[in-house]
Write a new protein. Structure first.
Length: 690
């Protein structure tokens, strides 16, 4: 390390000491003030000749991160001669470039996928089929199928998309029990991926009751037929108001562990609207003795690998991630019903919200608070809601225009959120305001996009909730709270409460996507996650937890590496650099073993040490003239300010330096920039929001 860099480092340190003394008044004699100057000069002299061997890394604006993720694909019921494993891997994603969809930027983390493809032995296929047949429950029911057909009008093609009922004898298997059985018998198919994800893809059309091409052909020709599909199902109960939901038509399941199971022979059903493999091959005239068969089948399987990887194993984020030691969810439940049954307090369980969020944010403290308010008590707010309430049009569900309510509340709009709560967002605390409305009649929030004006009357423009990054808006109608009165068979007095919706929307605020958010594959909607739509889970899947914690670890590790690369190594900051490197190694080890909680904690400790080292090292200035100038100016300015402060104190003048109008970063103390799109202060040096 050259003398110029040493002088800059020491001068910055001395300046810190002098400023500290300025801000913490203490009685000093004239003699002591002279000692300060002598001490500063002595430190500068000694440091220039300190026998320290050091290195300085090159600075870069953004630290990229590349890591390897292991994925094991287990094929069940497939002929190993029909699936080209090399071609399967080639067709599957080799690299995943992760994005933050809003505002549409890369996270600067790239995942390289390492695949292991295995074929389950025939003995396992027989045992698995025997187990499924032993737990299957038969139910005769009218299923809903879909139809796509094209027709021409004056030479142009138009899509006709309809749903229609069909009689079926369904065989249903408990989704949770199947997942548990697959985990218990993992040794029978070669074991789970120990430090990665396991994807089981099965074709059980020969072992289980399934829809055959003959049945489907009869259906297409409008001949009487009863379909015999199989599905995976689970019954859910609303946490607050106890309405029961039977989710019968799932063709995949997983998420309690790092296992995801897809049965390509299940269905067809309206929940995914995909043909099972035996119908897909028939519709494409694919036969096992065809030269094209192996290529077609391999590509077909690869498409499902693609969907699982992009949707559940390595998803994108909807919003930028924000690490904090404490997350505070402040919920305002606002009642606007004429008839107050059920009671508004029975519609939300903050203990359940806290429990589920704590399981997701395992490294942090989660605080959840709720206030129950009556909308008529807030005259201005009530007027806004009333003016945002649309007329009830024939065939359309009436709405309260969410944009008007958001404008009234948000800081970027009229700013009335300050009447309810103060939002703090930094490394210590991250506040998430949640406004929950119980509207009268059948009203819920909705958006009035121009396309809704002429859409079909069955097009639903309503929403239960929306995460807007600076706040959450949620609404249920009075009808939703007693929805059991209107379903068949009736469930009198039962309904949907707010707990599930609150957990779901806060998950979005933290950055999580729907597992079916991409167009890659709707199959991943069948996952045990509160972020999915078809199930009605309160809990987050293991995939959710991995994605968020891995994202925090990636972010902190990237920023730590960036600080270390751009920091000047000297006598003052080397303990912090050493500590940062040590914790960085710990974080990477925990990361590689998928202990993402510990990886996040160690990465934060590394980031803290690295950012402190960066500050003590005076940053990464390399131009010698600038170094000399800043060094001399910083030292002389510190001495001058100390002398001024001593004179003022000698005259009995106190005072504290007035803070700048622009806030400072809590990490590097640099200026923050206001980002209007997010209504947040942002530090470009640390690449983080306050």
């Amino acid at each position: 390390m050259n003398a110029l860099t040493e002088e800059l480092t020491v001068s910055v340190l001395i300046n810190h000491i002098l400023i500290y003394w300025n801000q913490h008044p203490r009685p000093m004699t004239c003699c002591k003030s002279r000692r300060v100057v002598v001490l500063a000069i002595l430190l500068l002299f000694l440091t220039n000749f300190a026998p320290v061997s050091a290195q300085r890394n090159s600075a870069q604006l953004v630290s990229k991160r590349e890591v390897t993720i292991n994925v094991k694909v287990v094929l069940v019921g497939f002929d190993s001669q029909s699936v080209n494993t090399s071609y399967l891997i080639w067709n599957s994603p080799q690299t995943r470039y992760q994005l933050t969809l809003l505002p549409g930027l890369s996270t600067d983390t790239t995942y390289s996928i390492q695949y292991d493809v295995a074929f389950a032995p025939s003995s396992f296929v027989q045992d698995f089929a025997s187990y499924l047949n032993s737990i299957g429950k038969v139910e005769k029911r009218t299923n809903v199928l879909w139809n796509e057909s094209y027709f021409t009008i004056q030479g142009s093609y138009f899509l006709n998309y309809t749903h229609y009922p069909i009689n079926a004898t369904n065989t249903l298997y408990s989704a949770d029990d199947v997942e548990s059985w697959l985990l218990r018998h993992s040794d029978d198919y070669g074991g789970l991926e120990p430090d990665g994800y396991t994807l089981i893809i099965a074709d059980l059309s020969k072992q289980l009751p399934s829809v055959s091409p003959k049945q489907f052909e009869s259906l297409a020709n409008r001949r009487p037929v009863i379909l015999t599909p199989h599905f995976y199902n689970k019954t859910f109960t609303d946490h607050d108001l106890d309405i029961k939901l039977n989710r019968r038509y799932m063709t995949a399941w997983g998420g309690h562990s790092r296992l995801f199971f897809i049965d390509l022979s299940a269905g067809p059903g309206h929940a995914a609207e995909q043909l099972p493999i035996q119908l897909a091959s028939w519709a494409n005239s694919m036969k096992p003795d065809s030269p094209y068969w192996s290529s077609w089948l391999t590509q077909y399987i690869a498409d499902y690998v693609f969907g699982a990887l992009y949707n559940v194993f390595l998803p994108d984020f909807v919003y930028p991630l924000n690490y904090a030691r404490t997350y505070r969810v402040n919920i305002f439940v606002i009642d606007n019903r004429s008839y107050r049954h059920p009671t508004i307090q029975s519609t939300l369980d903050i203990d359940e919200v806290r429990k589920q969020l704590s399981s997701l944010l395992s490294f942090a403290t989660v605080e959840v608070d709720a206030q129950y308010l009556d909308l008529p008590d807030f005259i201005d707010f009530s007027t806004v809601v009333r003016s945002a309430t649309s007329p009830s049009l024939a065939g359309l569900t009436p709405i309260v225009d969410a944009r008007l309510v958001y404008d009234w509340l948000s800081e970027s709009g009229q700013g009335h959120i300050g009447n309810f709560t103060e939002t703090v967002r930094n490394f210590d605390n991250y506040d998430i305001p949640v406004f929950v409305f119980a509207f009268d009649g059948n009203y819920t929030f909705g958006f009035t996009y121009k396309e809704y004006v002429a859409r079909d009357v069955d097009f639903d423009r309503t929403i239960w909730g929306v995460a807007l990054y600076d706040m959450v808006l949620i609404s249920h109608s009075a009808t939703d709270l007693v929805r059991g009165n209107y379903v068949a068979p009736r469930q009198p007095g039962l309904g949907f409460g707010f707990t599930n919706t609150v957990i779901h929307e806060v998950g979005h605020m933290l950055g999580l996507m729907h597992p079916f958010a991409t167009s890659y594959d709707p199959t991943e909607n069948f996952v045990s996650s509160v972020m999915a739509y078809y199930p009605y889970e309160d809990s987050f899947s293991q995939f959710d937890k991995d994605a968020l914690l891995r994202g925090y670890a990636d972010q902190l590790i990237r920023n730590t590496v960036q600080f270390l690369r751009s920091s000047v190594f000297d006598l003052i900051n080397w303990p912090d650099i050493d500590a940062a490197n040590s914790k960085l190694r710990d974080a990477e080890f925990a990361y590689d073993t998928m202990n993402y909680t510990k990886a996040t904690e160690d990465a934060f400790d590394a980031y803290t040490s690295a950012s402190r080292a960066h500050l003590l090292g005076g940053g990464s200035l390399s131009n010698q003239a600038i170094v000399w100038g800043v060094s001399v100016f910083s030292f002389l300015f510190g001495v001058f300010m100390t002398a001024v402060a001593l004179r003022r104190r000698a005259r009995g003048e106190g005072g504290v330096t007035r803070e700048s109008a622009r806030p400072r970063c809590s990490v590097c103390r640099g200026d923050l920039t206001w980002i209007p799109q997010y209504q947040r202060w942002y530090c470009y040096r640390c690449q983080r929001y306050e």
